[in-house]
Design a protein around this ligand. Structure first.
Ligand SMILES: C[S@@+](CC[C@H](N)C(=O)[O-])C[C@H]1O[C@@H](n2cnc3c(N)ncnc32)[C@H](O)[C@@H]1O
Length: 330
């Protein structure tokens, strides 16, 4: 499933009629096009070839092509590609582009190929050990901030410290984004909480390791406590004891088991050439533990809902915001 097609992406030396001196010995073209293997491809030309090449495999082939070339060039801004349209890539760079494009052809999501993803305006590391953040999760974060402002911020003299838990943290995008956004709000004095404390949990040690790395990269490692554990187990309230959590924000696994079984089934013909554009092909590369929400997809959400936590619960898609203990309002 995950084998990488080693086929070449671009025409090889001597292929194509208009590529300099042809193998049949015709006289040189007055403006010879650069040839594969000579590091001769200009950025714009490469993007056109790459886009064409990925069209059968991606819903956004041009965007994928741009991201791959930018990554290999170690640049971030798409404007760079326009401004340097005729710059040539080295042989080494062309080979890197080719390898990445071939991986994309297997259906592997671009985020895993690049090793990073943009979320809420920031870049996070992702590996196949963690779910690729979904755009919908940005809404969850906006709602959580709304909650915090409504219940704690903008109101004088509320909590000294607010503790927020991100259960099923995966790559840590929720807890890290909240830490950074709330810090911004405090600087703007738009939120009167004195300070925030964050706890992030996941059952996967590999996910916790990625989340810690992301927290480090974003300078919030000191404010987040990462705990490996099963759902509510790491918290006192799982044992019915008092707790010090004010808010739970969680995006637990939410896909029905049967749906995943169908995708993973050997009966499902996985033919990259025909299926690579289907939305679910990318799921094959994500950890099943991050996706499987039980028979109705609600197993984990229900675990939080029925835990007896005194809560205002709001769900956004499969995700959940739980105001564990309504903060005292003045
Ligand atoms: C849907 S992913 C969410 C990842 C991240 N919060 C996000 O929104 O991108 C669900 C996460 O739950 C974790 N998980 C699965 N079962 C769990 C359990 N029983 N207890 C804690 N975490 C679990 C998975 O390892 C995965 O990282």
């Amino acid at each position: 499933m995950k084998s990488v097609d080693s086929g070449s992406l671009l025409p090889r030396r001597g292929e194509g009629e208009d590529e300099g001196v042809s193998s049949r010995g015709h006289s040189p073209h007055p403006n010879p096009r650069p040839r594969w293997g000579e590091g001769g491809y200009g950025i714009s030309e490469l993007l056109t070839l790459l886009t064409k090449h990925l069209t059968s495999y991606s819903d956004a082939p041009h965007l994928d092509a741009e991201r791959i070339v930018l990554h290999v060039l170690k640049k971030r801004e798409p404007a760079y590609l326009l401004a340097h349209a005729t710059d040539k890539l080295s042989d080494q760079q062309i080979q890197e582009v080719t390898a990445m494009a071939n991986r994309r052809k297997t259906g592997m999501p671009l985020a895993y190929i690049l090793g990073e993803v943009d979320f809420f305006g920031r870049t996070f590391i992702v590996t196949p050990d963690v779910l690729i953040p979904r755009p919908d999760t940005e809404t969850l974060i906006e709602k959580a901030i709304e909650y915090i402002i409504r219940h704690a911020g903008l109101r004088p003299g509320i909590h000294e410290e607010i503790t927020i838990a991100d259960i099923c943290t995966g790559s840590g995008i929720i807890v890290i984004t909240l830490a950074l956004e709330l810090e911004k709000l405090m600087q703007l004095k738009a939120n009167e909480a004195k300070s925030y404390r964050f706890i992030a949990t996941d059952i996967s040690p590999a996910a916790i390791a990625i989340a810690k790395q992301n927290a480090q990269n974003h300078g919030v490692a000191d404010t987040i406590e990462f705990i490996e554990g099963d759902m509510l187990d790491p918290f006192d309230f799982a044992q019915g004891k008092p707790h010090k959590i004010d808010l739970i924000v969680s995006n637990p696994p939410y896909i029905q088991t049967s749906e995943l079984d169908a995708i993973y089934s050997p009966q499902q013909p996985y033919l990259p050439h025909f299926n690579a554009k289907r939305w679910n092909v990318g799921l094959l590369f994500e950890p099943r533990i991050a996706l499987d929400g039980g028979p109705d997809g609600q197993k984990f959400v229900n675990q939080i809902k029925t835990s007896g936590i005194p809560a205002i619960i709001e769900t956004t898609g499969g995700a959940i915001i739980t105001l564990v203990q309504p903060l005292p309002l003045k």
